[in-house]
Each structure stands twice: as C-alpha cells, then as structure tokens.
Design a protein around this ligand. Structure first.
Ligand SMILES: [Zn+2]
Length: 195
C-alpha cells in the first residue's frame, strides 16, 4: 500500500456551487491532478501550473459522484456495525503480538518487527523488509476483524501482491474475506469521521 501525505488541518473544506461537491484543495509538485477519498472527504491535488480546480471537478464529476455514493452507503452500513470503545492501545498490542506468533507459524514466515501508529490512509501495512505496521485505530474494531487484518498483512510476507494466490491463502483461514474487506471499508469511514 502506498504512502500518503496527511491532510493538512489548516485546509478548508470547499464547496462547488453548482454541484454541491465538497472537497479539500492542495497544489503540489505533481504532473497530473490526483483525486482521493482516503479519509472519506474528496481531496484534490493539482499540479502547481493549474489555474483552478474547475476543469478537474467537471471532468471527474461522475467518478466523484460514484465514490460519494459508495462512501455514503458504507457509512450507512457502519451505523449497524459496532465500535469497540473498551479496548485500550495496550490491549491491542497484546492481542496483535499474541496472534502474530500463531499466524507466522501457520504461514511459515517471520516478521521482523511490528510497529504501531495512528495512520490516516490504511489499517495496516507490510513492508518488504519485514516490518509490519498496524494502525492503532484498529483498537476500535471487533476482534475477528483485527484477526483478519493481521492475517491479511502477514500473508503479504508470502505473497506481496493482491493476486489469485494471495486471496487463496487468505481464504483458507477466512473464507468470508470479501465480507471482511467490505466491513473494513464501512468501519474505515466511520472511524475516520469519529476519531
Ligand atoms: Zn493487502
């Protein structure tokens, strides 16, 4: 998974008057405009040579609408999914460390280090040098979901890409991985909005 710059807290939420589309705007050293929904809010990143965002908003309007709808649905579904407010960060670390021992054995791999930090764009990540990073916001998730995230990441030590082989391995332990992925998306937008 890719690294992302954080959304600057000073950035103002803008509204396109005709369509009502809300977005954050940023100019960076990029060649092409970039549109992201990582935190549930549209973020437009424009090359510094661009005058304004008008053309980009027009061009990508349908894509933006489609994304907005997916997030809206995810948030509605999230209302019925539960958030765990009892688990502390210490509890989370214990749980992950314990599970990681089992999963490494099961998958026959070794994780060098497990790091914990709050992340804005993903639940967890595995770097090819053997480090695993877990988003501390996972503490709000049900235990079965945390298990899934961890198993998914440790599977990346076997297979880096999300290809057929990867999902085959994941499916051995989590036949319902597709539902798990969908729930993770719902939880993601909910937790991004709440915390
Ligand atoms: Zn993955």
């Amino acid at each position: 998974m890719d690294s992302q710059k954080r959304v600057d807290a000073s950035q103002q939420l803008l509204t396109e008057p005709e369509t009502g589309i809300q977005y954050l705007l940023d100019y960076r050293d990029v060649i092409h405009p970039r549109l992201e929904f990582k935190t549930g809010t549209l973020q437009i990143i424009l090359p510094r040579t661009y005058q304004n965002e008008k053309h980009t908003l027009e061009k990508y309007q349908r894509w933006i609408r489609r994304k907005e709808n997916i997030i809206k649905k995810a948030l509605e579904e999230a209302k019925t999914t539960n958030i765990d407010l009892q688990r502390t960060e210490k509890d989370l670390k214990h749980l992950i460390q314990k599970l990681a021992i089992d999963y490494q054995k099961e998958l026959g791999v070794n994780i060098k280090r497990i790091l914990f930090r709050k992340m804005k764009t993903k639940w967890a990540s595995y770097s090819p040098n053997g480090n695993l990073t877990i988003n501390t916001l996972t503490k709000y998730l049900p235990e079965s979901t945390i298990q899934y995230i961890l198993y998914h990441e440790i599977t990346h030590a076997v297979e880096r890409k999300h290809n057929y082989r990867f999902w085959q391995i994941v499916a051995r332990k989590f036949p319902d991985w597709q539902t798990k992925e969908k729930n993770l998306l719902s939880h993601w937008f909910l937790i991004q909005k709440e915390f």
